[in-house]
Design a binder for this molecule. Structure first.
Ligand SMILES: [Zn+2]
Length: 226
């Protein structure tokens, strides 16, 4: 009740421009949100392995291209505790995919990209899991947070060159084998840059017997899109 009154008296500010938000309880103003969604990525992308220059499997569905607004939004989402942004991002992403004609495969499972235990403790949540959770609610699809895990040894990818990224994440994941290996999997991550992480995680799933793996990322950085 107090929180509701406080929201009425002091409407929350947009996390990007710090202006007032048009609707109570929202975190982004319509202007900034429009700016973030300026450049939707309309096709299914394939990562390119910088060593072999060959297209990698799997296919990656992507929402939008990276820009200054996403930079701020994702920083808030990942490092500043704005976990609630996951719900907004997830439902907007689902809407975008549906508008493109995407439908979840029958029996599909959503698997979030795992983060290391240390990072999870620091942040208190896994941002990819929040996205996947919002998608699973919207599509009524099972969310499996236990299927894929991180072995923990890999360093953060953000400061690495493309070729180093591929080396760094090789073998960084392991997947649980299971009886339901025939169920299609949609692997969810927030950002795709070179595609190395998604590739390594999909490989781990395949090695565990999961044959149908597709990926989905909220945004892709320009290097990957171009
Ligand atoms: Zn704004």
């Amino acid at each position: 009740m107090f929180r509701f009154l406080a929201t009425l008296l002091y409407p929350p500010l947009c996390v990007v421009c710090e202006g007032s938000t048009p609707r109570l309880g929202e975190l982004i103003c319509s202007r900034c949100w429009k700016r973030a969604r300026h450049d939707p990525v309309s096709e299914v992308l394939f990562g390119r392995d910088p060593r072999s220059h060959r297209d990698m499997t799997p296919a990656v569905h992507v929402g939008w291209s990276w820009n200054d607004t996403w930079e701020i939004l994702l920083h808030k989402f990942k490092y500043q505790g704005y976990a609630r942004l996951g719900t907004t991002f997830g439902s907007e992403l689902a809407e975008l995919l549906e508008a493109r004609g995407y439908r979840p495969d029958a029996g599909m499972k959503l698997v979030p990209m795992p983060v290391t235990g240390t990072r999870r403790r620091e942040r208190g949540y896994n941002q990819a899991e929040l996205l996947a959770r919002a998608l699973s609610r919207r599509w009524d699809v099972e969310l499996d947070t236990k299927l894929l895990a991180r072995s923990g040894a890999s360093r953060s990818q953000t400061k690495l060159k493309p070729a180093e990224r591929w080396k760094n994440v090789k073998g960084a994941f392991f997947a649980r084998e299971e009886r339901e290996a025939r169920r299609p999997i949609l692997l969810v991550d927030d950002v795709v840059t070179t595609g190395a992480t998604l590739h390594a995680a999909s490989e781990a799933l395949r090695e565990a017997g999961h044959e149908k793996v597709r990926c989905l990322a909220l945004v892709c950085s320009t290097r990957f899109c171009s």
